[in-house]
Ligand binder design. Structure first.
Ligand code: PLP
Length: 385
């Protein structure tokens, strides 16, 4: 078959490929420890599951409005207004199957061929893939290990040109678990206003934060009017497979994204939207418990990695990933990740899967039991020695 030219520009998320490789090895009888995964190892809290099942029984089995059920949009707006201390209404919200489509829809509705888009590197691989797919020019904003994996705002300022249309920020960040300090966020906001940039603020990990409070770029003057907040339920409520997330944005853009929904998936499944009403309204105990558990595992994995010669690892401030520097082992990150899986049965992701500045690092997820993390650390130690 002759594919459309644009397919050459589409990237992927290696996590799914590594998962397939690991499953293959498991089928051959290998005992694999999965530290490549980007999802909580917990099950969805039972009250949320019950609400979803109940909604199905109550007839939420039909199409719904493309941008989301009105009461769900209103409840999300309330939640976002409260957590970011900003003013937004139901009309600003578009509910999507996962937070991921908001990236795609943002590019499709805003980026013309040749427009430059600033994005974090190392960063979530889909940003770069989507920018390329729509014909935009990806401009990597380097996250520096020496700055606790944050950006250098002066460097970013120098990267802005008359063609820069959009800037993507992701705090807490995947893969580094880093955050952008408040002062730097404020400076970025000023730059965005001054240079008339639109900002996509991926805040999917905002509730998985181990220190301080979440800071959103939308809190600064002039930002609500030019920012798309991406958020969702996958990570906080262990709902990755349900596929539900949302974007919060200016109303005219929300209308455009509603049209993209109508043209693609029609709507997000209404019963699943009802389940997240329970996630937002019900007890938050379980989701707080998940964060407390992650915090304990974070210490175990960071201490364990720093104890291995050739590896140095910073303490992540949010999300459930560590991004250790492995250059001291003498291996490239690709070789390290590949051989660690085939020789030591530990699955991880090579840093360069998150962009060129990820070279020399490996991403481990600590969304696995402490017991498995400890077992993995022993294997990594033996492998690296
Ligand atoms: N943003 C970041 C930074 C992520 O790591 C992910 C998932 O791994 C997403 C967005 C998308 O989450 P979902 O589509 O499952 O809601």
């Amino acid at each position: 078959m002759k594919f459309a030219k644009r397919m050459d520009r589409l990237g992927t998320e290696t996590a799914f490929e590594v998962l397939a490789r690991a499953k293959n090895l498991e089928a051959q009888g290998k005992d694999i420890i999965h530290l490549q995964i980007g999802e909580p190892d917990f099950d969805t809290p039972p009250n949320i599951v019950e609400a979803g099942v109940e909604a199905l029984r109550n007839g939420f089995t039909h199409y719904g409005p493309s941008p989301g059920l009105p009461n769900v949009r209103a409840r999300i707006a309330e939640e976002v207004a409260q957590t970011r201390d900003i003013q937004v209404e139901a009309d600003n919200v578009v509910v999507t199957p996962g937070g991921k489509p908001i990236m795609f829809f943002t590019m499709l509705s805003l980026v013309n061929a040749g427009d430059e888009v600033l994005y974090p590197n190392p960063g979530f691989p889909i940003y770069e893939s989507m920018i390329n797919y729509v014909g935009g020019v990806p401009v990597p904003m380097q996250l520096h290990e020496s700055r606790e994996f944050s950006i250098d705002v002066d460097e970013v300022a120098a990267q802005i040109t008359p063609k820069t249309k959009l800037m993507i920020v992701n705090s807490p960040n995947n893969p580094c678990g880093s955050i952008i300090p408040r002062d730097d966020l404020e400076r970025l906001a000023r730059l965005a206003v001054e240079k008339d940039l639109i900002v996509l603020s991926d805040e999917i990990y905002m509730r998985i934060l181990y220190e301080g409070r979440h800071e959103s770029i939308t809190q600064f003057p002039g930002m609500v009017e030019r920012t798309i907040i991406l958020d969702g339920f996958s990570k906080t409520y262990a709902m990755t497979g349900w596929r539900i997330g949302y974007g919060v944005m200016p109303v005219d853009l929300a209308d455009q994204m509603g049209r993209l929904m109508a043209n693609s998936v029609s709507c997000t499944a209404p019963a699943i939207q009802m389940a997240v009403m329970e996630a937002m309204n019900g007890s938050q105990e379980e989701s707080y418990g998940i964060v407390t558990e992650f915090k304990k595992r974070r210490e175990v994995i960071v201490d364990g990695l720093n104890d291995i010669p050739g590896i140095s690892c910073q303490m992540p401030k949010g999300a459930f990933y560590v991004f250790p520097n492995i250059t001291g082992t003498g291996m490239t990150s690709r070789r390290f990740a590949d051989d660690l899986l085939s020789e030591a049965s530990v699955a991880s992701l090579a840093g360069e899967d998150f962009g060129k500045y990820g070279d020399g690092f490996v991403r481990f997820s600590f969304a696995n039991s402490t017991e498995n993390i400890e077992k993995a650390l022993e294997r990594i130690r033996a492998f690296a020695s």
